[in-house]
Design a protein around this ligand. Structure first.
Ligand SMILES: O=c1[nH]cnc2c(O)c(F)c(-c3ccc(F)cc3)c(-c3ccc(F)cc3)c12
Ligand SMILES: [Mg+2]
Length: 214
């Protein structure tokens, strides 16, 4: 039977990237998705913006909502200081199975914990089951309709602290108007927009950075 797009991305990594070399895994995915088959990775245009925010925050505890094939997981994990942890949540088991293998190929499995299940079920378990006090950085890249409810859930579960940085993908394309309205008008957030392009295209998209003020 026909392979899936995530399986074809994994094969491109195994055929073109060096084990343990995260940069080569990122390059292999970007080359494949730019030249062969588009896929919803944050990509090489928005990616450096993600990198700069992660480097600036240098988080001890980071959360990613939406793993897909692990491309942004690797972009984040490769910049984390020793001893820090990235938890990434994926509800699609087929995506998670591929992401595990791509994260391992990059040699970053010791910094990353990939949790399978719906974010609304896993977020309330973070303190008790995963020993998280609060997150320093959150990357929202799962499903546009969940950005706002999951942000409110993170607040309600006491998982955000003064200065926690939220970075949201796709705020223009496909767009997350309810989330943008909230973080841009709430007195509890200081937000700014980083204009860029939809991955591997000339279409406008961007990332919204929002600092929780407590
Ligand atoms: O769903 C997503 N999660 C995370 N990141 C995404 C991302 O970075 C994207 F570029 C897209 C996208 C945008 C435009 C387009 F034409 C196709 C897909 C999607 C997306 C949007 C609607 C869907 F029905 C399916 C996928 C996502
Ligand atoms: Mg995205």
């Amino acid at each position: 039977t026909r392979s899936t797009r995530p399986q074809r991305i994994l094969k491109a990594v195994q055929n073109n990237a060096t084990r343990g070399d995260a940069e080569s895994v990122i390059a292999a995915i970007d080359n494949f998705c730019r030249k062969k088959e588009w896929a919803m990775n944050v990509g090489d245009d928005k990616g450096p913006i993600l990198d700069s925010v992660v480097s600036e925050v240098s988080p001890s505890f980071a959360l990613e909502l939406g793993t897909y094939c692990g491309y942004s997981t690797i972009r984040i994990a490769r910049l984390l200081p020793p001893g820090s942890r990235l938890l990434t949540l994926e509800f699609n088991p087929d995506y998670a199975a591929i992401a595990h293998q791509i994260i391992a190929w990059a040699g970053l499995q010791d910094k990353v914990e990939l949790l399978e299940g719906p974010s609304r079920d896993l977020i309330p378990q973070m303190k008790e089951r995963f020993g998280i006090k609060s997150f320093d950085f959150v990357f929202l890249d799962h499903w546009k309709e969940f950005y706002l409810p999951d942000t409110k859930l993170l607040e309600e579960c006491g998982l955000l602290r003064k200065g926690t940085v939220l970075l949201a993908d796709n705020v223009i394309c496909p767009g997350t108007p309810k989330y943008l309205e909230y973080v841009r008008n709430s007195p509890c957030y200081e937000s700014c927009y980083f204009k860029s392009h939809l991955e591997y295209t000339k279409v406008e998209d961007g990332l919204e950075k929002s600092v929780f003020l407590g």
